[in-house]
Write a new protein. Structure first.
Length: 554
């Protein structure tokens, strides 16, 4: 098999996400490329959770409609997913919790709950038994499974291995996943890749109040904080988050924050403070369906225009949306660099599939970047915090500094930071701040602000952004379509986008929203989108679903 999907399902509290990650690592260990999506309700216990792990010889970043193997910890897992099974159906389930076998008696029913009790293990360890059975069923050697368990299960490893061994011994092989011989690639969620990108970009502090889908970025950076000499802080609110981050920027320390739409609402005044006071900050905005609470644990692309227009007044910002783990690693570095180089807020747009999905990560495919710092005061003249320059970027020096008075002001101010309401000074300083956008746009011409792939000479093209990169790439390749992914939204790369459109007679946008937010943005810049495909139920497109939608448009 060169393309294989397995789904493991149970209820909240069964450890389905971690089981999915372990299964992903197991399949990665034999050299396959991985993409994993985790579906869960906003519940601590109960409900229905499942992870879909897709493994392929090719680079992938999307799920298929059908699954080749179902691992079921309860009856809901069977009832909700049996229609997705390929033929022949391959099912392994806890016979103590599941009473109907969708494969007509051919599935592997195992007394998992009973065995876990016999071994004096925790109920969450049922996953280990099930993974052992799965490994045997698809021809993965015991030594491979044992290696994964010993590397990634730090507590009660031997007991988990004992249960996995019992599952392994209870099963028989029904399929064969051949090792590829390739060295396994590391597996990262988008949040983890983004966190590592920030660290490589010189991050010193990460401040966040947890909100899905950005919460795991906070957890990840907290876990590695000691290794990288980071401060990771969880304040009492998103207002405290953004103001604390701006305080760190004043002292000269690169800082990022993370939130979702509701938290970003509370950060808006702080965002404007950043724009007026010219304090650099990087903000991770994890999108989810709204309005209001909406679907807090599902996916959407509904906050593009919010990011572009948030905050009172007019000020320059850098807005980017990565589409996979490698892009998350790369663009988070760029976001931090641009924030500090131009003393502006940078916003990294993410979503649940991007943030919490797990990807095989190939560092060799990522263009190298150097950390960039701010323009610093040369000490030749009296220090003026908001000195008017040709680029609009004022040299920086950080407190405490005995030779400089450093005034940071959220009120309109002159070059020294002294409050003003005079019309000529106001006009001059506003023009000074906005001047940065032109220089930033010129700088970004050296970056891949728009990506083009698929059949690059096709007159029909798919337009996408963010996590739809993977599914559009795969569906577009199958249908011989050009695929255009916009990576940077502010400043909008109009020249690069126009070049990407060369020869296109039909442009079809694919977005996880109802109103076509990217389509509206490109129309504002003078480009026509001919057809729109939207999904806005909180779920992502499968490859087959998008292919059907595109076939009806081209």
């Amino acid at each position: 098999m060169t393309d294989f999907s397995v789904l493991i399902a149970g209820k909240a509290g069964d450890g389905i996400n971690q089981a999915g990650i372990l299964l992903s690592r197991l399949l990665s260990e034999i050299g396959l490329n991985i993409y994993m999506s985790f579906d869960y309700q906003s519940l601590i216990r109960g409900g229905h959770n499942f992870s879909v792990i897709r493994a392929s010889d090719s680079k992938i970043a999307a799920c298929r409609e059908k699954i080749d193997f179902l691992l079921a910890l309860n009856q809901d897992a069977i009832d909700f997913h049996k229609q997705k099974l390929t033929d022949p159906a391959r099912v392994a389930f806890d016979s103590d919790a599941v009473k109907s076998d969708p494969s007509g008696g051919k599935g592997l029913g195992l007394p998992i709950s009973k065995t876990v009790k016999e071994e004096g293990a925790l109920p969450i360890m049922r996953n280990s038994f099930l993974m052992g059975a799965f490994a045997k069923s698809v021809g993965i050697e015991w030594s491979v499974l044992e290696r994964i368990f010993r590397k990634y299960i730090p507590r009660q490893t031997d007991l988990n291995l004992k249960l996995a061994q019992r599952g392994f011994d209870s099963a028989s092989q029904v399929a064969r996943l051949e090792p590829t011989g390739r060295k396994p690639l590391p597996l990262f969620t988008g949040n983890e890749a983004m966190g590592l990108g920030f660290i490589k970009g010189g991050l010193r502090n990460y401040v966040a109040y947890p909100m899905t889908p950005s919460s795991n970025l906070l957890h990840f950076l907290a876990d590695v904080a000691e290794d990288f000499s980071l401060r990771v802080i969880h304040p009492e609110s998103e207002i405290a988050v953004v103001l604390m981050a701006l305080g760190f920027a004043y002292s000269g320390e690169k800082t990022a924050v993370g939130t979702s739409g509701g938290g970003f609402c509370l950060m808006n005044e702080g965002l404007s403070f950043s724009g007026m006071a010219e304090l650099p900050i990087a903000i991770v905005l994890g999108q989810r369906p709204g309005p209001s609470t909406g679907l807090p644990t599902y996916t959407s692309q509904t906050e593009l225009h919010f990011a572009l227009n948030a905050g009172q007044g007019e000020f320059v910002r850098f807005v980017v949306a990565p589409g996979d783990a490698e892009q998350a690693f790369y663009w988070s570095q760029v976001a931090l660099n641009m924030a500090w180089k131009y003393q502006i807020p940078s916003i990294v747009l993410s979503d649940k599939e991007m943030a919490e999905g797990a990807f095989s990560f190939d560092l060799k495919s990522v263009a190298p970047l150097e950390e960039q710092g701010p323009v610093l005061w040369d000490r030749k003249d009296v220090y003026r915090r908001y000195k008017d320059t040709e680029t609009g970027v004022s040299p920086l020096v950080f407190a405490p500094e005995k030779d400089a008075i450093i005034k940071v002001n959220s009120y309109e101010h002159d070059e020294d930071g002294i409050t003003t309401e005079e019309a000529p000074v106001t006009k001059k300083m506003q023009e000074k701040r906005l001047r940065k956008e032109k220089v930033l746009a010129q700088d970004l011409e050296n970056y891949e602000t728009v990506s083009v792939f698929g059949k690059i000479d096709s007159p029909a093209a798919v337009l996408c952004w963010g996590s739809n990169r993977g599914v559009c790439a795969e569906a577009g390749e199958a249908l011989d379509l050009r695929v255009i992914q916009v990576n940077v939204f502010s400043p909008f790369p109009a020249k690069r986008f126009e070049k990407a459109l060369g020869g296109v007679t039909k442009l079809i946008s694919v977005e996880n929203n109802a109103t076509g937010q990217l389509a509206r943005l490109v129309k504002f810049h003078g480009f026509m989108v001919h057809e729109r495909i939207g999904r806005y139920d909180g779920r992502s497109f499968s490859v087959e679903e998008l292919k059907r939608e595109l076939e009806g448009k081209i």
